[in-house]
Design a protein around this ligand. Structure first.
Ligand code: AMP
Ligand code: ZN
Ligand code: FE
Ligand code: FE
Length: 279
C-alpha cells in the first residue's frame, strides 16, 4: 500500500477556470510553497483547467486529482457537490458547457441591474476567457477595481449577495442530477461544506441520494461540526474529505489549511476502485 504518511493534501481548490485568481500553473506553484503532495482542482462547473493542472503537477512532482464543484440545488438551498477522480464523459462536458453559458447570461442580467442602479459598469469589463466559468466573485472584483465598493465583502453585502438588489439566480442541477452526473463520469461524489451551506439537517437525504462522502474538514466548520460529521461518516461508511476552498492570495482561506493527511485521498481512491471494479 502506498500510503504517504505525513504528507499533506488539499482536495478543494479553484483556478482562473472558475472564480479563482491563479492559473493552474500558479496554483501548483502555490501548492509547492504550501508543501502539499496532492491537490484536487475543483473549479465551479468546469473541468477544462484539469489538463493544465495535471501537466503542471507532473512538472513539479505534485499529484493532481481531476475534480469539479457542481452548483446544485436542494430544497431551494445552494448545495455544492464535489466530484473527484473524474473521467468526464462527453455528455458531462456538454452539461457543464450549458451551465457555463447560463452563467454568462445571468451575469449580463446582474450587470444590467447594477446599471439601472446608476453604476457605470459594462459586461465587457468582466474577464471572459474562453471556457471559463464566470461567477459573482468576478463581478465583485470589478466593483472593487472601479472603486464602487471598498472590498469584496462590501460588494456581496450591498449588491450581489443572495438577498442583494442586483442578485440573479443561476441555473443549478438538482442534487440528484449532480450526484448522478459524477457517478456517470466514474467519479466519487462529496457533499461540499454542509456546515457552510446550511445543510447539516439534510445529510440523511444526501446519503439516500447516493452521495459517497462529506467534506468534513473545511475552514468554516467548527470543531464540533467536524466531530459530528466524522461520527456520521463512520456510522454510514461515508468517505471523509476536506480542503481549503482556496481562491486567491490574501482573500479567504489559504491553500493547505486545514491540514488533510494523504490517507484521506488514499481511502477515496480505494472507494473508487471498489465502486468500479470490473467496469
Ligand atoms: P456564483 O456561483 O456565481 O453564484 O458565486 C458564488 C461564489 O461566490 C461562492 O462559491 C463563493 O466563492 C463566493 N461568495 C459567495 N458569497 C460570498 C461573500 N459573502 N463574500 C465573498 N465571496 C462570496
Ligand atoms: Zn468559488
Ligand atoms: Fe462551494
Ligand atoms: Fe469551492
Amino acid at each position: 500500500m502506498s500510503v504517504k504518511n505525513g504528507k499533506k493534501i488539499d482536495l478543494h481548490t479553484h483556478s482562473v477556470f472558475s472564480d479563482g485568481e491563479l492559473t493552474p500553473e500558479q496554483l501548483l506553484e502555490e501548492a509547492q510553497w504550501a508543501g502539499l503532495s496532492a491537490i484536487a482542482l475543483t473549479d465551479h462547473d468546469n473541468v477544462d483547467g484539469v489538463e493544465r493542472g495535471l501537466a503542471a503537477g507532473k512538472e513539479c512532482g505534485i499529484e493532481v486529482i481531476p475534480g469539479v464543484e457542481l452548483s446544485c440545488e436542494f430544497n431551494g438551498i445552494e448545495a455544492h457537490v464535489i466530484g473527484l477522480l473524474l473521467e468526464p464523459t462527453e455528455v458531462f462536458k456538454k452539461e457543464l458547457q450549458l451551465m457555463r453559458e447560463n452563467r454568462e447570461t445571468r451575469m449580463d442580467k446582474m450587470v444590467q441591474k447594477l446599471k439601472y442602479m446608476g453604476m457605470k459598469i459594462s459586461s465587457e469589463e468582466l474577464p471572459r476567457t474562453a471556457g471559463m466559468s464566470l461567477g459573482r466573485p468576478h463581478l465583485a472584483r470589478l466593483l472593487v477595481k472601479k472603486g464602487i465598493c471598498r472590498n469584496i465583502s462590501e460588494a456581496f453585502e450591498k449588491y450581489i449577495g443572495d438577498r442583494g438588489p442586483a442578485y440573479v439566480a443561476k441555473k443549478r442541477w438538482s442534487a440528484e442530477d449532480g450526484i448522478r452526473l459524477i457517478k456517470e463520469s466514474k467519479g466519487v461524489s462529496i457533499l461540499a461544506h454542509p456546515g457552510a451551506s446550511g445543510l447539516l439537517g439534510d445529510l440523511n437525504t444526501f446519503i439516500d441520494l447516493g452521495i459517497n462522502g462529506i467534506e468534513v474538514h473545511y475552514p468554516q466548520h467548527s470543531p464540533q461540526v467536524e466531530k459530528d460529521l466524522l461520527a456520521l461518516c463512520k456510522e454510514k461508511d461515508l468517505l471523509v474529505c476536506g480542503g481549503s476552498d482556496f481562491h486567491a492570495h490574501g482573500v479567504g482561506p489559504s491553500l493547505g489549511i486545514p491540514y488533510i493527511p494523504y490517507e484521506v485521498l488514499q481511502k477515496i481512491k480505494e472507494r473508487k476502485d471498489a465502486l468500479w471494479q470490473g467496469f
